[in-house]
Design a protein around this ligand. Structure first.
Ligand SMILES: *Cc1c(COP(=O)(O)O)cnc(C)c1O
Length: 416
């Protein structure tokens, strides 16, 4: 066995590889994110059970489905959602390109030059200024169509939306009188719904309800009202109006530790897996990684993992994070590099080149959650999943079978 080739090594260490996942393992040998679509479906079921029957879920699949891949997630949740929400025009158009036919709402402001294309594709922008409304109206009229939109109301987030005051009511009246456009929805966004103390959120909700009442007095009745995000879906039932926008919870994470987790059981959808590339013994006094921030106090056995911040793995886990190998926690030694990192496997037996490494997810009895990475590195769980990079292929599982993969290296440039 002294000089067997790569195939030999692979066969030799098959026992260390994930059972039943040979198909993935043959294709992806460095790192991949496994997206469990059954978990996504479980999360939708779980949220639905916690909502009043008249409240419809909206699948928030912005930022490529919080890094999970927007199209497969959108397809998986289709039976559970009334509509989809994204952040940009491009994201909305991507859903349409993949045949997603349900209403799509773009939550962030879109440049007016895109309104025509949105109207053509029946994608709803948010509107909250007269300029936006006039531009949408002009685009719709020129197409001979009615463009639906949602009116954004600022009740305390100070991000987008018209003022939830008297002047906002006047502006909304003016906007709704324009030709070719129709306010199909009205919404606001909570700034602090993930806190245990809901005082601020209840005040935002009261402002929103008051604003809607004022509009109705003026004769403006908007059919779809919504303000709930994941946090409100979990523990603020009075905020769940016609639509509830499920973001982070779709992917199996709680918005924060302060929400009533017991109300809505969730299962994390993303695992991040890799394979050891190299194992060696080092003597006491040896430095590990850039800057020599880790120095071995005793002889150790260390493993090199081919994942780094270039894959979106947070560099602030340098010397603070862990990975799972053979069901045991291996601490990260020194700095996380762009493409690699080193971990301590001194106390872990059966670690060779090709042994599976779990950076996020379960390995035997132990589990590392995205929230753990966030805690160790003083990061933010939403950001960690969004940042899992384009170098990391996504593998979609349903019923433990691969139903699709997403590789970000499929681009072509036929012109040069
Ligand atoms: C991102 C976003 C959501 C989803 O928030 P979660 O906390 O992930 O559920 C809902 N509404 C708006 C306006 C958003 O921007």
């Amino acid at each position: 066995m002294a000089c067997c080739g790569a195939e030999g090594i692979r066969r030799q260490t098959d026992g260390n590889r994930m059972k039943g996942q040979d198909e993935i393992v043959k294709k992806y040998t460095r790192v991949f994110a496994e997206i469990d679509l059954d978990a996504v479906v479980f999360n939708m079921e779980s949220m639905k059970k916690n909502l009043a029957p008249q409240t419809r879920l909206v699948g928030v699949v912005k930022a490529d489905g919080y890094g999970h891949g927007c199209v497969p997630v959108a397809r998986a949740i289709d039976p559970y959602v009334e509509a989809y929400a994204v952040a940009t025009a491009k994201e909305a158009l991507q859903l349409r390109r993949h045949g997603i036919g349900k209403p799509v709402l773009v939550l962030g402001p879109v440049h007016k030059s895109h309104y025509r294309e949105l109207a053509e594709n029946e994608i709803m922008p948010v509107i909250f200024t007269l300029e936006q409304a006039k531009a949408l109206s002009a685009a719709a009229v020129s197409l001979g169509k009615t463009a639906a939109f949602h009116l954004a109301v600022d009740t305390g987030m100070s991000r987008i939306g018209l003022d939830a005051e008297e002047n906002g009511v006047c502006l909304a009246t003016e906007i709704c009188a324009l030709p070719g456009i129709c306010a199909e929805g009205i919404f606001t966004h909570f700034a602090r719904a993930d806190e245990a103390d809901k005082t601020w959120t209840r005040a935002q909700l009261a402002r929103f309800l008051h604003f809607i009442e004022e509009l109705e007095i003026k004769g403006i009745k908007i059919p779809v009202k919504h303000c709930a995000n994941s946090a409100s879906i979990i523990d603020l039932p009075e905020a769940n109006m016609d639509w509830a926008r499920a973001g982070i919870s779709t992917y199996g994470m709680y918005p924060s530790d302060e929400v009533e987790k017991g109300f809505v059981p969730l299962r994390p959808a993303m695992s991040l897996k890799s394979f050891v590339t190299y194992v060696k013994e080092i003597e006491a006094g040896r430095q590990v990684s850039y800057g020599g921030t880790f120095v071995a106090k005793t002889p150790m056995r260390i493993a090199t993992i081919p994942v780094g911040y270039g894959d979106g793995y947070p560099r602030n886990l340098s010397g603070r994070g862990y990975v799972l190998i053979q069901g045991k926690r291996a601490p990260i030694l020194g700095r996380v590099c762009m493409d690699q990192m080193m971990v301590d496997v001194t106390g872990i037996s059966g670690v060779d080149a090709d042994t599976v490494v779990t950076l996020i997810g379960k390995d035997n009895e132990d589990e590392i959650r995205v929230e753990d990475l966030a805690k160790w590195g003083k990061g933010f769980h939403y950001e960690i999943v969004c940042n899992i990079g384009k170098r990391v292929p996504r593998v979609y599982l349903r019923d433990k079978k691969i139903v699709g993969t997403k590789d970000y290296f499929g681009d072509t440039y036929p012109e040069f």
